[in-house]
Design a protein. Structure first.
Length: 233
């Protein structure tokens, strides 16, 4: 079988990153607060880093702007934005409603692979509780998001679910840094509930569990981020 990384002349063909990969990398940096609100994302600098022209970088940034995570400002360029309290509230109101639809719109079948992943996530959440690390917390939440997304049968609902997850992800990192112990306990509880639901093959329960824990997560964000910001303007 021919190696797809080799050209017909026998030389190695170095594939340039796709728009999807560039977008994913930038999103990861925003989620992990490597890029913080106010940071300028320069197309030329990113193009040089990824070894591409400015066009795919511009396309990736345009996609991210639709998520409300960056915006283009006259005379400045593309910058990472800070979500307002109102936008955060609306985001979580939306996620709560989306969660209730998971087991109702074209419910997906549950398989053994998903059950195994849920058990693995729960064990790692328990370990994280003993040795908490904000970045590992975000990574586990990302894996949990992928699992939940795979359980959503309705493709439009799945797209909306993934979009709102990305909008909320950087908030979790901030919250985890100030409420690590509570965040860890919540993740252990959420994954434990999810394991039970998947073993019973109860897809509707998955939606209910998500709704409960999204509500709890929003309360933590209000207590640890939004209310604190009001008290210390």
């Amino acid at each position: 079988m021919d190696d797809p990384n080799l050209s017909g002349t026998g030389t190695t063909e170095i594939r340039k990153p796709s728009v999807d990969l560039i977008q994913e990398t930038i999103l990861q940096r925003i989620c992990f607060l490597e890029y913080t609100p106010g940071d300028q994302l320069k197309e030329a600098v990113l193009a040089k880093e990824f070894g591409v022209s400015r066009t795919p970088v511009r396309d990736a940034l345009s996609r991210i702007s639709h998520l409300g995570l960056v915006e283009t400002r006259n005379g400045v360029g593309t910058v990472v934005v800070e979500m307002s309290a109102q936008r955060i509230r609306h985001l979580y109101e939306t996620r709560l409603e989306l969660a209730s639809l998971i087991g109702q719109l074209s419910p997906a079948a549950i398989d053994q692979g998903q059950q195994s992943e849920a058990r693995a996530l729960h064990l790692q959440a328990v370990e994280l509780q003993d040795r908490f690390d904000p970045q590992e917390f975000v990574k586990l939440n990302q894996r949990l998001q992928i699992l939940i997304s795979s359980l959503i049968g309705n493709i439009v609902l799945r797209d909306l679910w993934n979009q709102t997850f990305l909008q909320a992800a950087s908030l979790w990192h901030q919250m985890a840094e100030t409420a690590g112990e509570q965040a860890a306990r919540a993740l252990v509880s959420e994954t434990s509930d999810l394991v039970v639901a998947l073993e019973k093959e109860d897809i509707r329960a998955v939606g209910y569990i998500q709704r409960i824990h999204i509500g709890y997560g929003y309360q933590l964000i209000k207590d640890k981020l939004l209310d604190r910001a009001k008290a210390n303007p």
